[in-house]
Design a protein around this ligand. Structure first.
Ligand code: X2X
Length: 336
């Protein structure tokens, strides 16, 4: 009798397990805007491989690089996740910011002077609020990753002061705060999707662009197109590793824990990779110089001048992001 009960119990357990796994999809799609050689994509691929291995194949994540899931329109990525078309993403907060206004916090001009202030804001109440807010979009945030401080490059002249930007055609992401920001400096911002941007640099459709040094400018070898870079730390771009709630809810708690741990591991790895030669030394900048670029660091006085010229943009977008959220971030930043 005892044996019978045991067998029955075992059968029930196996059945329960197979029923919950049966809800799993054959493939979970992960979206990345950039191509497979970027550290950003390598982290995504490692995350996918680790989840597949640790869940013994139950969660099979396939990476779609180069923005193929959103057909090149990078500002649609969050919407696709809300709809469950993309199950996972290593998403730039800029690309998600047209829908989720709070994410423009990181694009507020000159808010973040250094990595320490930025990390403290992510780890503090503002970061927590942003993560909670994402759930309203049907996205469960798993971990932070990073694109980085976005620096300006161009093929016309060294930019040391705001007036040096006058008239320069600058490629930007199709996110309204960047239009406002570059217009404030008298530049001519042109929204071009990442999928077309490098062609734009090649063909000289634009004079310049803004993107992080190690994360993006190295893999595209920006020195082939532009010979000036300005380290201005004007805006910063964290990535969020997210999963659509629809997919998340299908996973057992054990598998959820595996997914979360892998996201934290590869998010941390990716952050360390894209800061190499920037946070610890200036080796990354020396490499740009070795490739023929002039590197201009804005002086503290220039930073004040840039900030002053972007004052109205900051005030307007502070309201859009949410005054309380920005106040909380400013309070943290002041300690650094
Ligand atoms: O399009 C860009 O500039 C990029 C790759 O940095 C983002 O996706 C925000």
């Amino acid at each position: 009798m005892k044996k019978c009960v045991c067998i029955l119990l075992a059968c029930t357990l196996i059945l329960a397990a197979s029923t919950s796994y049966a809800a799993y999809k054959k493939e979970y799609k992960l979206s990345v805007v950039v191509g497979p050689t970027f550290k950003w994509s390598i982290a995504a691929q490692n995350f996918a491989d680790e989840v597949r291995e640790k869940t013994e194949g139950r969660i099979n994540i396939q990476c779609y690089f180069g923005g193929t899931l959103f057909a090149g329109v990078q500002t649609n990525e969050l919407m696709l996740m809300s709809q469950g078309v993309a199950d996972f993403a290593f998403g730039s907060t800029i690309n998600w910011s047209p829908q989720m206004k709070q994410l423009n916090l990181f694009s507020l001009p000159f808010l973040f002077p250094n990595y320490e202030a930025f990390d403290a804001v992510k780890a503090g109440k503002p970061g927590q609020e942003i993560f909670e807010g994402l759930e309203k979009f049907g996205v469960i945030p798993l971990a932070w990753a990073e694109n980085g401080f976005r620096e300006v490059t161009n093929n016309k002249r060294a930019i040391a002061m705001p007036e040096d930007m006058k008239g320069l055609k600058i490629r930007i992401v199709g996110s309204p705060i960047f239009v406002d920001l570059f217009r404030a400096f008298g530049a001519d911002p042109m929204a071009i999707n990442w999928s077309e941007a490098v062609t734009g640099f090649q063909q000289g459709t634009v004079d310049g662009q803004e993107n992080p040094v190690v994360s993006v400018l190295f893999p595209v070898k920006i020195w082939q197109y532009h010979n000036h870079i300005t380290i201005w730390r004007g805006t910063i771009d964290p990535l969020i590793i997210g999963v659509s709630k629809k997919s998340w809810d299908e996973f057992t708690p054990e598998d959820q824990a595996i997914v979360k741990a892998a996201a934290e591991k590869w998010g941390a790895w990716q952050i360390a990779e894209v800061r190499k030669g920037l946070a610890d030394s200036d080796d990354a900048l020396k490499e740009l110089e070795a490739n023929g670029m002039t590197v201009t660091h804005i002086t503290p006085e220039a930073r004040i001048a840039f900030k002053e010229q972007a004052k109205e943009v900051y005030a307007k977008w502070k309201e859009t992001v949410g005054t309380d959220l920005v106040n909380a971030a400013e309070e943290i930043v002041q300690q650094y």
